[in-house]
Design a protein around this ligand. Structure first.
Ligand code: GTP
Ligand code: MG
Length: 149
């Protein structure tokens, strides 16, 4: 089954949105297969956002991601990469639809509270960057049969 990397950024943690964000993925029916609280180093944040290193906001972005604890997670389920991004909303929160996480809880593009992998390759790379293979769990839930035909 498809898996994606989701992170609650330092602003989401500071603002007390951990439970709210986890609840949304849970209630959708997605399955949490890995989770930990981490304070990334600047170097690690640069690795995570490696594809953006030429952008003018790269230094601010990586300073921010490494500024405090982050909730790193892997969520599993049909369509979770693309649909997870839909639940997160557009990059700039004021362009995000109401009902999305960024639309409901954020204002500034540089304080948009959550990250989600943008495709299957990125998901694979980000999961491997943030987690050891043994930290990813495979398990059955009783609700699986009520979620999938
Ligand atoms: P992530 O899930 O965090 O990767 O966001 P995204 O995929 O919606 O956007 P992208 O990967 O293009 O950018 C990564 C992060 O850089 C965004 O979440 C923003 O916090 C930040 N960012 C992107 N574009 C801008 C910008 O134009 N200005 C500033 N200040 N920050 C930006
Ligand atoms: Mg991105």
């Amino acid at each position: 089954l498809e898996r994606t990397f989701i992170a609650i950024k330092p602003d989401g943690v500071q603002r007390g949105l951990i439970a709210e964000i986890i609840a949304r993925f849970e209630r959708k029916g997605y399955k949490l297969v890995a989770i930990k609280l981490v304070h990334p180093t600047k170097d690690f944040a640069e690795k995570h956002y490696d594809d953006l290193k030429a952008r003018p906001f790269f230094n601010g972005l990586t300073d921010f991601l490494s500024s405090g604890p982050v909730v790193a997670m892997v969520w599993e389920g049909q369509g979770v990469i693309k649909y997870g991004r839909k639940m997160i909303g557009a990059t700039a929160p004021l362009a995000s639809e109401p009902g999305t996480i960024r639309g409901d809880f954020a204002i500034a593009v540089g304080r948009n509270i959550i990250h989600g992998s943008d495709g299957p390759e990125t998901a694979k790379d980000e999961i491997a960057l943030w987690f050891k293979p043994e930290e990813l769990l495979t398990y059955k839930k009783e609700t699986d049969k009520w979620l999938y035909e």
